[in-house]
Design a protein around this ligand. Structure first.
Ligand SMILES: Cc1ncc(COP(=O)(O)O)c(C=O)c1O
Length: 422
């Protein structure tokens, strides 16, 4: 049996269980931005493998640091024990974060990082003797796939089968309409039961790379701060340079109470996530009463090998070359976007830092949009991995992407959009 046949026999892939799904493509090697299949064909990974990869695939420096750590300590229970990579990672990370972030709680994926922030928010209020359990989020929000994260997110085809089981949360208008979002946030907060406001800062990923201004985000956070409502910045997608700064919240003055990180945290090498919070949050869990403690912790919490990968990735991110690359990608996107403006098929072009989104005119939008699958296949056949979100084509590349690779990505998109505009 071939690899593909065995794959079809055993493996349940995400998003591809429809009867019409193409067989999964066997990838045997990754190098830089390239993914290479078993026939030797290469694909430019223009979406950083679901937004995780920062410095390219199988990066030798990260591989070396992971190997070194594997030989010293692969894992240890993180309740009651500690190790150098975890401590070094939090110390190094904190230099890039708003200065109110004091404590770090480890888990293994973005949904868990969010779940932990949600649970900590509710328990924070309980520990203070207040019953605040409702979350306010943005229209279109996506915060992950565990039940809490799904409940905080907007209702969609992804959450529909579970709708009866989700707890209620409130979704205020998307802040492109600043006044509507601010007014609605104030109205919800006035009801007195809001535990926290959770948001994807500046860019909503899964909703189709929808973007809003730092000034607007700042105003929303100020409203929460004045009312004592906790703020959770979900930086699972936006973190680690995607928006031009290491964290999107670095572009605003107001400071969130929690920051959720994953994906780029380990440079896309190993599953790892963090929920950071303020000292005030942490202190609300301290005391003699065990009931006040946060009695949760996943098996692979603080995995030393994941931390070693994250430390290595941060080393690379801090390098001048990488910061230059982020600036270059940002300005290349700007130039490319200008070339597309006049095309008939374009509905809207959006850009924040290294993320460029091209929203097309289409009969239907959203994940089930018919244009999506066709674009995906056409691009892949030309050696470029782009996974449109409904009628939105977006580029979110690893920072190591070479100029000629980026040009190729632009060319396949421009050719396609020109064809569709005729
Ligand atoms: C903003 C945001 N939060 C949370 C998640 C969930 O992360 P994970 O898939 O690692 O559970 C994602 C995933 O795409 C995301 O974009």
């Amino acid at each position: 049996m071939s690899l593909v046949e065995k794959d079809q026999k055993y493996i349940w892939h995400p998003f591809t269980q429809m009867k019409t799904a193409e067989p999964a493509l066997p990838i045997v090697k990754g190098e830089g931005t390239l993914l290479i299949d078993d026939m030797g064909n290469s694909y430019i990974d223009a979406i950083s493998s679901w937004w995780v990869n920062l410095h390219g695939h199988s990066h030798p420096y990260i591989a070396e640091k992971v190997y070194e750590q594997m030989q010293k300590l692969e894992h240890v229970v993180f309740a009651g024990f500690t190790h150098q990579p975890a401590v070094d990672l939090c110390e190094k990370l904190s230099k890039h974060m708003p200065d109110n972030q004091a404590k770090f709680f480890f888990s293994g994926d973005g949904s868990s990082a969010v779940e932990i922030a949600l649970k900590m928010s509710v328990q924070y209020w309980r520990n203070k003797g207040e019953n605040k359990t409702r979350f306010v989020a943005l229209d279109g929000a996506y915060h992950g796939e565990t039940f809490g994260a799904m409940s905080a997110g907007a209702r969609s085809i992804f959450s529909a089968p579970f709708s009866d089981l989700l707890f209620e949360s409130t979704h205020i208008p998307f802040p492109k309409d600043e006044q509507a979002a601010m007014q609605s946030l104030k109205t919800e907060i006035a009801k007195g039961d809001v535990a926290a406001f959770i948001f994807e800062p500046l860019v909503q990923g899964a909703a189709g790379m929808r973007m809003y201004k730092p000034e607007t985000l700042n105003k929303l956070l100020q409203i929460c701060k004045e009312a004592g409502v906790l703020c959770i910045a979900d930086e699972v997608m936006t973190g680690f340079g995607r928006t031009g700064t290491t964290f999107a919240v670095n572009q605003i003055e107001a400071k969130p109470d929690f920051i959720c990180m994953s994906k780029g945290l380990s440079g896309g090498t190993l599953p790892l996530s963090l929920t950071s919070c303020t000292q005030a949050i942490y202190e609300a869990f301290l005391g003699d009463d065990i009931q006040k403690a946060f009695l949760h912790g996943h098996s692979f919490t603080g995995n030393p090998v994941g931390c070693a990968a994250a430390l290595a990735s941060l080393d690379l991110l801090e390098k001048k070359e990488c910061q230059e690359a982020i600036k270059n990608i940002t300005s290349s996107h700007k130039t490319f976007a200008k070339k597309l403006e006049a095309l008939e098929i374009i509905n809207e072009i959006r850009q924040t830092g290294t993320i460029l989104a091209l929203e097309l005119k289409a009969d239907s939008s959203g994940y089930a949009s018919s244009i999506r699958q066709k674009l995906y296949t056409d691009f892949l056949n030309q050696g470029v991995l782009l996974r449109p979100l409904g009628n939105v084509i977006y580029i979110l590349p690893p920072y190591c992407i070479q100029e000629k690779e980026l040009k190729k990505v632009y060319k396949v998109i421009q050719d396609k959009l020109t064809e569709l505009s005729q």
